[in-house]
Design a protein around this ligand. Structure first.
Ligand code: GSH
Length: 269
């Protein structure tokens, strides 16, 4: 049996969920509300010591780290492989997933928290609950310094040290996607694959926060890839439908309010 611990607005969980749906794998879903602190439940920490989602449990074996989970799924269930067979294309996929794990994902944490999540946790948690939520975050979580950094971002938003640099890094990767997509229909070759699945939630995050002008007419190859992604039949059910309506609305409202600041940081305003 496959069990997935996940959350509606988690980019890491979304890519794993989509991979499982694309591979026709049935799973039991456990919803962990990471904006309410359910990731700090001692029972969940036994599964994921970093207190992050996603976690996969397959016949009792715990598999953590979203990129590793996706690689595991392709090994354990090779029928509908998402990773390319061609070694050079495999390596190109790995470059993308490595960049995502090391740089783009931490940048996404900052972009999302500074734009929307800091307002959502303030709206939904009492002052004491918020303090507890922040105090419970382990040091090594989303990043190696997430506990302290999350506090700074909740307090100061884009004014937190280094936050603007993370937003510019995000921009760099969207531009890199646009460059790669000039050469091939999908990110690595002309076949939709693991790199596309992995990067989708990061582009979707920008869209859900009402910031699609980020690519607008400026990154046309990325814009048309994003159109094609949304036409993949399982995109909506695997990615969008798991995000509760109030969270979807909050992401849009707070994200749109933050767009002028993001625009200024990336030099669009
Ligand atoms: N390297 C981990 C990162 C997982 C991660 O950052 N998950 C986020 C959601 S996308 C999370 O659970 N955050 C909890 C928190 O901020 O306390 C992976 O790829 O699985």
């Amino acid at each position: 049996m496959l069990e997935l611990y996940h959350h509606g607005s988690s980019v890491c969980a979304a890519k794993v969920r989509w991979a499982m749906v694309l591979k026709d794998l049935e799973f039991k879903a456990h919803y962990i509300d990471i904006l309410k602190g359910e990731q700090f439940d001692p029972e969940y920490i036994k599964i994921n010591s970093k207190s992050v989602v996603p976690s996969l449990v397959h016949d009792g074996n715990i598999i953590n780290e979203s990129t590793v989970i996706m690689e595991y799924l392709d090994l354990a269930f090779p029928e509908k492989k998402l990773t390319p067979e061609n070694p050079v294309e495999y390596v190109k996929t790995r470059y993308w997933t490595k960049a995502l794990d090391e740089l783009l994902h931490p940048a996404c944490g900052v972009l999302t928290f500074a734009s929307a999540h800091r307002h959502i946790v303030r709206k939904n948690l009492s002052e004491t609950e918020l303090e507890e939520f922040l105090a419970n975050t382990p040091d090594h979580s989303v990043t190696v310094d997430w506990a302290g950094y999350k506090k700074q971002i909740v307090k100061s938003g884009f004014e937190a040290p280094g936050a603007a640099d993370k937003v510019r890094l995000y921009d760099k990767y969207l531009k890199q996607m646009n460059e790669d997509l000039k050469k091939t229909e999908w990110l690595v070759n002309d076949e939709f694959g693991l790199a596309d699945v992995s990067l989708t939630p990061y582009v979707n995050r920008v869209a859900m926060m009402g910031m699609s002008e980020w690519w607008g007419g400026r990154l046309p190859y990325l814009a048309s890839w994003w159109e094609r992604i949304q036409e993949v039949p399982s995109f909506k059910s695997a990615i969008l439908d798991w995000c509760p309506e109030d969270l979807t609305n909050d992401l849009k409202t707070f994200g749109s309010q933050s767009w002028p600041e993001v625009q200024r940081i990336i030099g669009l305003a």
